[in-house]
Write a protein that binds this ligand. Structure first.
Ligand code: AVI
Length: 325
């Protein structure tokens, strides 16, 4: 049995205990499954930066187009006659939102920026960079789980909230989980608050598939890196040459899925556990869901939000959808 977690000193242990528990549970399921939230160790972060720079991976450029070139539309959708807190879930380096922040400061808007991220390290880099770039910006970094930190933001301030959830990250949740997530967000917002979410739209299936099936193999390495992470952190013995990345896109459902295929029958050890693979057995690694306007409408409606505005990039491949309660 796992030892109970204590605060502070054992945090790291507990995190790896949760990682191990999730991995064993996922690889004991049928079909086998791993959570893409574990893709992002140091090497995974680096590979994701490379993905965002690939010509095939259009998502980043599309949302950047919105934040860089349609900033005024964003600002007028947000409104600035009353003070507010701009809360960004998974802010990362705030590359896209910095255009909005700069514009709001130029207009002398009364707002604070509250970036939420699980990584304290990313938050301190973000704070340092943004303070240098936009000295007048009031930044309140919140390190931790999205919902815990949203609750904390509510305790810190009673101003209107504008919540950003960018990057198409909502697509990395299976549809039922995305609905639960939106419902949890809904519980924490009150009339006058806004939620701005980035959705990758359904489009030519060749374009979607190419973004996740690059010939250079960066996306494949991004997936395989999770096996390497398990070798390092969970004392596993995956041979990366015995697994191959396989990507699918179903343009009807909008589900773009990545898998790793076991190239032979093999037994893998993870700490004291042993997992058997048959030849050609799959590990379900990640979903990157694509949405139609109706899919977005339904998600908003089912989680008790109302869509008040939407801003698309110039190619109309990506949308930032603005919801109120
Ligand atoms: C972070 N997320 C929105 C990316 C996506 O497009 O689903 C993760 C990713 N996986 C493979 N390529 C990019």
């Amino acid at each position: 049995m796992n030892a109970p977690c204590e605060p502070a000193t054992l945090t790291e242990n507990c995190t790896s205990q949760t990682f191990l528990k999730d991995v064993i549970e996922g690889l004991s399921a049928h079909p086998k499954k791993l959570s893409s939230k574990y893709f992002y160790d140091k090497n995974g972060d680096r590979l994701f930066q490379q993905i965002m720079a690939m010509p095939e991976y259009y998502l980043t450029q599309c949302e950047l187009d919105i934040f860089k070139n349609k900033t005024e539309k964003l600002v007028s959708a947000i409104g600035f006659s009353t003070p507010f807190d701009l809360i960004e879930l998974g802010a990362g380096d705030a590359m896209k939102s910095s255009y909005l922040l700069e514009h709001l400061c130029t207009l002398d808007c009364d707002f604070s920026y509250m970036p939420i991220d699980i990584s304290g390290n990313i938050l301190s880099v973000l704070k340092e960079n943004l303070s240098e770039k936009i000295p007048s910006l009031n930044i309140i970094p919140l390190e931790g789980d999205y919902f815990d930190m949203l609750d904390r933001a509510t305790r810190l301030s009673d101003r209107r909230k504008v919540v950003l959830f960018l990057g198409g990250n909502i697509g990395n949740m299976p549809p039922e989980e995305a609905l639960q997530f939106c419902m949890e967000l809904r519980k924490r917002l009150t009339p006058g608050d806004l939620l701005i979410t980035g959705f990758d739209l359904k489009k030519n299936p060749h374009t979607v598939l190419a973004a996740y099936n690059d010939e250079t193999g960066i996306t494949a390495s991004f997936n395989l890196n999770l096996l390497e992470r398990m070798n390092r952190e969970l004392d596993a013995d995956f041979d990366l040459d015995k697994f191959k990345h396989y990507q699918t896109y179903d343009p009807v459902s909008g589900a773009c899925r990545s898998f790793l295929v076991s190239l032979e029958a093999q037994k893998i050890h993870i700490g004291n556990h042993m997992i058997s693979f048959k030849e050609n057995e799959l590990i379900d690694m990640e979903i990157s869901q694509k949405f139609s306007p109706e899919d977005i409408q339904n998600l908003a409606k089912e989680s008790w939000f109302r869509i008040v505005n939407e801003i698309k990039d110039s190619k109309e491949w990506f949308v930032d959808s603005i919801w109120t309660v």
